[in-house]
Design a protein. Structure first.
Length: 511
């Protein structure tokens, strides 16, 4: 476009007979240059933000590896790598098409149906990369919950199914111009549509629900809630994290990556208005994280003091409170004022502590507490957006209607229950769709014995069982268990009249 304008202007300048034509040509040139520059800046911004989001994979990997026992660290690291590998193929082939394909049709649809394998010439590749990073983050949420007891094959199958089908349907409903909850469609639901800028619902809550159903079907780790005879323990057994250092590294990597996750979800930055929106998102992201961490830290300390008389500063509660605050502020980071972002973070810290305790009471084993962080935090993020979103900020961000504001503004803005009602509907939709699809899929894997590892492998650790070496050399594992595993893998030679025949005599069926 710019090249054509330049040629036309240069021709006009050569034959200019009056000052008006000269000024018009200069104006056309400047407008073309500014348009190209703005497009380039927006594309670079999305690539940069996507890189930050993808760096969150490092955070997930370090947090998961540090939170579990060292005999399983290498295995969960490989899982996180497979999230990216399997997720990339799934999202390239079908996931992106299901999420955003067919946006030019105009009518509301359940799922996209265009641009499989990115064959369309008009594909915005920077947008695909940004959304791919989101999908990978979603997949890695589940890794920590089901760590130490899930089969490799089952994990890869789950990851591909989640990124290729389950998540794209949710993303389509929220962010496609054809989604039934989308606020950018021609006729948004109830004149508003749901507001979730960066994915408290589509990303984090979807991952949290998946983690919940898989944890329930998979069952707890050996010795967590039941003894060897299957009798419930009076007090659940804790498996201490093998590296608090890795936990902290993972937490800071995730917080850092969130500055691509939330501000980057504005998708553009070249205008002053969108620059302001992205800046507000960054501020709220910071306040949500800080408030969540402090809320969880001091509340846990107070509860412990009331029970024991001693003040303990729980690092795990602090880190997960921080992450829950980040999850919660993700939906409304561009539509709430900073004071509201602070309040959302405070409540998120409390909800994390309540959710973590509820899991233990229900005997649901979550190795890294991903369920209270992402499911509970994601739900609160979607709902709080329906409480605190301001009409002026909604209009500036362009993601909804300023006629339907957060419930706490209804009295001053003559508003109504519309936005909060849609947000509650969105929560029910995510929970229903994800639990049914992933629950059914996981049940099938479990029914055919493809989900959980053999008890012996769980005792020895998945590092030795799957990779034949350990992430660390210092942990002592019962030699009898290692010998038993070795024997179970041995190949017995049985002689027959025709010669020697080798047969695998394995005590567990992995594939």
């Amino acid at each position: 476009m710019a090249d054509n304008i330049f040629k036309t202007c240069d021709s006009n300048l050569d034959n200019a007979n009056n000052i008006t034509k000269l000024i018009q040509c200069i104006s056309d040139k400047n407008e073309a240059l500014n348009s190209d520059l703005g497009t380039g800046v927006d594309k670079f911004y999305l690539l940069f933000a996507g890189t930050l989001v993808y760096f969150m994979q490092t955070g997930f990997a370090m947090l998961c590896a540090g939170s579990i026992r060292s005999k399983n660290a290498q295995n969960v690291l490989l899982w996180n790598l497979l999230d990216s590998c399997g997720g990339a193929i799934a999202f390239w082939s079908v996931g992106y098409a299901f999420a955003y394909g067919g946006d030019d049709m105009g009518d509301k649809t359940f799922i996209g149906n265009k641009n499989f394998f990115l064959v369309e010439d008009e594909t915005e590749h920077q947008l695909w990369f940004f959304q791919f990073a989101f999908a990978c983050a979603l997949s890695s949420i589940v890794a920590g919950t089901i760590a130490e007891r899930c089969k490799m094959s089952a994990y890869l199958c789950y990851s591909v199914f989640l990124v290729g089908f389950v998540y794209p349907v949710v993303a389509h409903s929220f962010w496609s111009t054809n989604g039934f909850l989308s606020n950018t469609t021609k006729d948004p639901l109830w004149g508003s549509g749901a507001i979730d800028l960066a994915g408290s619902g589509p990303v984090h809550m979807t991952g949290g629900v998946t983690a919940l159903v898989m944890a329930i079907i998979l069952g707890p780790r050996k010795g967590r809630f039941y003894d060897e005879a299957g009798k419930p323990l009076e007090f659940p057994h804790k498996f201490p994290a093998h590296s608090v250092v890795l936990q902290f590294l993972g937490t800071f990597c995730l917080w850092f990556g969130w500055y691509g996750f939330n501000p980057g979800s504005t998708l553009t930055i070249s205008s002053r208005n969108m620059g302001n929106v992205a800046s507000l998102a960054a501020v709220n992201t910071t306040l949500g994280a800080a408030a969540g961490a402090l809320s969880a830290l001091f509340t846990e300390s107070l509860l412990t003091y009331r029970l024991t008389g001693h003040v303990i500063y729980d690092t795990t509660a602090t880190m997960n409170g921080c992450l829950t605050g980040l999850v919660a502020i993700t939906a409304g980071c561009a539509t709430v004022y900073p004071w509201a972002g602070f309040v959302i973070g405070i409540v998120a810290g409390w909800l994390y502590l309540a959710g973590s305790r509820l899991l233990i009471k229900l005997r649901i084993d979550d190795a890294v507490d991903a369920i209270p962080v992402h499911l509970v935090g994601g739900m609160w993020g979607v709902i709080s957006t329906g409480l605190f979103s301001n009409g002026t900020l909604i209009a500036a961000a362009g993601i909804g209607s300023d006629k339907h504001v957060g419930w706490f503004y209804t009295w001053s803005s003559n508003g109504d229950f519309t936005l909060l009602g849609i947000q509650l509907l969105a929560v029910l939709w995510i929970f229903g769709w994800t639990s049914v699809t992933m629950g059914s899929y996981t049940w099938v894997l479990n029914y055919f014995g493809l989900l959980r590892v053999d008890p012996l492998m769980e005792d020895v650790g998945l590092d030795l069982s799957y990779h034949d070496n350990a992430a660390y050399n210092h942990e002592k594992i019962d030699p009898k268990k290692i010998d038993e595993l070795s024997v179970s893998r041995s190949v017995k030679k049985k002689r027959s009249g025709d010669g020697v025949r080798a047969e695998d005599d394995v005590s567990y069926d992995e594939e």
